[in-house]
Design a protein around this ligand. Structure first.
Ligand SMILES: Cc1cc2nc3c(=O)[nH]c(=O)nc-3n(C[C@H](O)[C@H](O)[C@H](O)COP(=O)(O)O)c2cc1C
Ligand code: SF4
Length: 495
């Protein structure tokens, strides 16, 4: 398989040639525009909303809150960097659990009375830094992402998963070691969780956040509802039942917290869970990803946005229905992502180096970028009135600005969302727009340490490129983990 090492490509022309020869449909502008001529600086004014430019910061969880979910100095630093990026749309900051047992890790933030001041400080720190570095907070929109981690709940200890599931999944239950009689969330428990979302959204509003994102992506609870075809009762089966959770969350927020805008981050398509190919894996070395065996599971009834006859292929039929529902519910802010970091990371965050619990990319990661761009383009074309944010741009590295400019200019998306790139180089796009020199050494090279570190119980951060992490005790610990892993590899003992 041919993979272009983007770090070694200097010329945008060569990058474009590769796109053409590989039949990759990724728009790319050869010349970058500056100042008000740059599409990235165009404001959005729609549906009574004003967003100062087309740069968005994606939610990025840090695994660095206290044991009871209060932000720490590291969390505040990350939000300040979000503010400094120059982006005018802050999509949620990071996933904040609506209750303690809804956390995906024992250091995830929680929305509760005891975290109120901490969450308020995060928002203020971001806004202050934005004002200080950008000069004005005009057109700045800051949301809070609200979540329940569902199947991936791990609220109390890094080595103690406490999954809350909606239905039995023929592949994922096995991966998580769940017995056949593992309890499903009851309809009554779901209603309690919905009330937690109402409470958390009210708090977000009181703290001054402009919107709450009701997270529906990456395999967490909101996303799992959408694929609950096999669940019985009020919240599974038909499309209407699978979206009841969303509708009831929205209804309660509208009743109790009028004035708070609502957004939804959606995994618009998924695929079968992947694993490292056992035939091509060696002790300590992950093989390339392959889809789990699924021939006996056709028609596939455990996915959303997948073709039931071939669940490795996307089918945007239901995602289109879902966006129509959002429009009907007067939800105008939509953020398109895909897949899950747990069972198909190459779909969700294309990377050259896999995280420690992943697999080698089965394709040139540019295909992963193209897949998300294309799905977003299709949805944007059908829903011109929604404000749609696109994801998975960081893998583009030096050519991110060229692609970002082209996607905005050609109307593929309304705002370009930055994830991993923000951990290394928050000001990348604003440096380009303002005509400042690009700092190539700060560009994210998708080493995946920001995912590997938390998988090993350490806070997330860019260990290779951000001195704050590189030179910290956690950086030493991550290096020790790597040395131990290489030693095992040399001894042929595996991980
Ligand atoms: C360390 C890390 C933490 C993340 N945390 C969240 C999160 O809290 N909520 C969310 O919706 N996505 C989260 N994501 C996914 C990113 O928002 C984004 O979709 C993904 O990294 C792909 O975009 P990129 O190519 O710009 O990195 C996280 C990703 C990483 C690497
Ligand atoms: S660790 Fe740094 S360079 Fe690597 S993927 Fe994360 S942000 Fe990018």
């Amino acid at each position: 398989m041919k993979i272009l090492r983007l770090g070694s490509v200097r010329e945008v022309g060569r990058f474009e040639d590769y796109l053409v020869s590989s039949r990759l449909t990724i728009p790319c502008d050869l010349e970058l525009l500056r100042g008000s001529e740059s599409p990235l600086s165009w404001p959005i004014e729609r549906n009574g909303l004003k967003i100062g430019n087309r740069i968005a910061i994606q939610p990025m969880e840090g695994w660095d809150g206290t044991a009871d979910g209060i932000p720490t100095a590291n969390t505040i630093r990350r939000w300040q960097r979000f503010g400094r990026s120059g982006a005018k749309l802050i999509w949620g900051g990071e996933a904040v659990a609506v209750r303690h047992d809804a956390r995906a890790n024992p250091n995830q933030l929680v929305a509760g009375p005891h975290t109120r001041n901490g969450l308020a400080r995060l928002r203020e720190a971001l806004i202050d830094e934005h004002r200080r570095t950008v000069g004005s907070v005009d057109g700045l929109l800051v949301g809070l992402q609200l979540t329940h981690s569902g199947r991936y709940s791990r609220p109390n200890a890094k080595d103690r998963p406490e999954p809350r599931i909606l239905y039995r999944h023929p592949i994922l239950d096995h991966r998580l070691g769940l017995p056949d009689d593992y309890p499903l969330l009851t309809d009554g428990e779901i209603r309690e969780i919905i009330e937690d979302f109402h409470r958390a959204a009210r708090m977000a509003r009181e703290l001054g956040f402009d919107f709450a994102d009701i997270k529906h992506c990456h395999g967490y609870l909101g996303h799992e509802f959408l694929s609950a075809h096999t669940r019985e009762g009020d919240y599974g089966g038909s499309f209407e039942n699978r979206t009841r959770f969303l509708r009831e969350v929205v209804e309660g927020i509208r009743a109790a917290t009028p004035g708070l805008r609502i957004g939804v981050r959606l995994s618009a398509f998924d695929t079968i869970p992947f694993l490292p190919d056992p035939a091509r894996s060696e002790p300590g070395k992950l093989g390339p990803g392959i889809a789990e065996y699924f021939e006996k599971l056709i028609p596939y009834r455990w996915g959303f946005g997948v073709n039931p006859q071939n669940p490795t292929k996307a089918d945007l039929g239901e995602p289109v229905q879902f966006l129509a529902l959002l429009e009907e519910l007067d939800i105008r802010l939509v953020n398109i992502t895909a897949g899950s970091p747990y069972y198909n990371p190459h779909i969700q965050r294309p990377a050259f180096y896999p995280p420690s619990d992943g697999y080698q990319s089965p394709e040139d990661p540019l295909f992963g970028v193209a897949r998300q761009l294309e799905a977003t383009r299709c949805l944007k074309a059908k829903f011109p009135h929604l404000i749609i944010v696109g994801s998975a741009y960081s893998y583009l590295q030096d050519f991110l600005p060229h692609v970002a400019q082209a996607t905005i200019r050609q109307g593929w998306v309304d705002a370009v969302g930055l994830g991993r790139m923000v951990l290394t180089y928050p000001e990348f796009l604003s440096d380009v727009v303002e005509g400042r020199a690009v700092q190539h050494k700060r560009i994210c090279r998708t080493f995946s340490d920001c995912t590997t570190a938390p998988r090993n119980g350490l806070p997330s951060g860019c260990y290779p490129l951000d001195k704050h992490y590189k030179d910290s005790a956690d950086g030493d610990r991550l290096r020790e983990i790597r040395t131990e892993s290489s030693r095992r590899k040399a001894e042929g003992r595996g991980e």
